[in-house]
Design a protein around this ligand. Structure first.
Ligand SMILES: [Ca+2]
Ligand SMILES: [Ca+2]
Length: 234
């Protein structure tokens, strides 16, 4: 909760509810009336936590993208069977769509937790089965999704993605004198050439010395004489 905020809801007497009560949180800019009334729309009144306080007083801090499902009666225990598909190759910076829509459950899927870098920390929570992600570094990456049913039973699937640097041509640059005379040595400098990877053409020094040889230049004076086409006269 943010400053001076007591937003929340209390649910009781739900034993006769048919189907779960679904609470879809929407904080700050995502809220329907954010900015429309006195205590919202400014940084001082931003909500910064989504807490579940159980009847016994225990508190669970929820990811702010996570929906809450309230069931009457007992719990179901059968987890979903998670499935994750998507491109197995990608360029760095390229957004790819990861798709867990093949996940099945005996009941209803409640959400998906995504771990984009296989460190065990959840990076995103979605209600729907797909999300877009771009990898910043090359290499073999493992993405994991854990699909939960509305009782909190989860199953995890992963996908290997080989991330490579885009194969764009190098930006070639060659510095050389604007002119040279015969028998003068000039330096050709390609050290300003750039590429996001390693240029195979710049092994060793990127500079070279060119030495022009040959007979002294012969200067021609060229004069073009234009003869108008004869007018046809009879
Ligand atoms: Ca289930
Ligand atoms: Ca992670």
């Amino acid at each position: 909760m943010g400053l001076n905020r007591t937003d929340g809801g209390v649910y009781r007497g739900i034993g006769n509810a048919s189907g779960p009560i679904v609470i879809t949180p929407a904080f700050n800019e995502d809220a329907t009336y954010w900015g429309d009334w006195g205590y919202s729309g400014s940084d001082a009144y931003r909500l910064d936590a989504w807490r579940l306080i159980d009847a016994d007083g225990s508190t669970t801090l929820l990811d702010r993208g996570r929906r809450l499902f309230i069931h009457g009666g007992g719990c179901e225990a059968t987890p979903p069977t998670a499935e994750l598909t998507g491109p197995t190759t990608a360029d760095t910076g390229e957004a790819i769509t990861l798709d867990a829509s093949g996940t099945t459950d005996d009941g209803t899927i409640g959400g998906y937790e995504w771990d984009f870098d296989a460190d065990g920390e959840i990076d995103e929570v979605t209600a729907g089965p797909t999300t877009d992600h771009a990898f910043e570094e090359r290499g073999n990456r493992t993405v994991a999704v854990t699909a939960f049913d509305t009782y909190g039973n989860g199953d995890t699937a992963d996908l290997q993605v080989n991330v490579t640097v885009p194969a764009t041509p190098p930006n070639a640059s060659l510095d050389a004198p604007a002119s040279a005379t015969v028998n003068e040595s000039v330096t050709l400098d390609a050290s300003n050439a750039t590429d996001e990877g390693r240029s195979s053409a710049t092994s060793g020094t990127p500079t070279a010395t060119a030495h022009s040889t040959g007979p002294p230049p012969t200067r021609f004076s060229s004069t073009r004489t234009t003869t108008p086409a004869p007018s046809s006269r009879r």
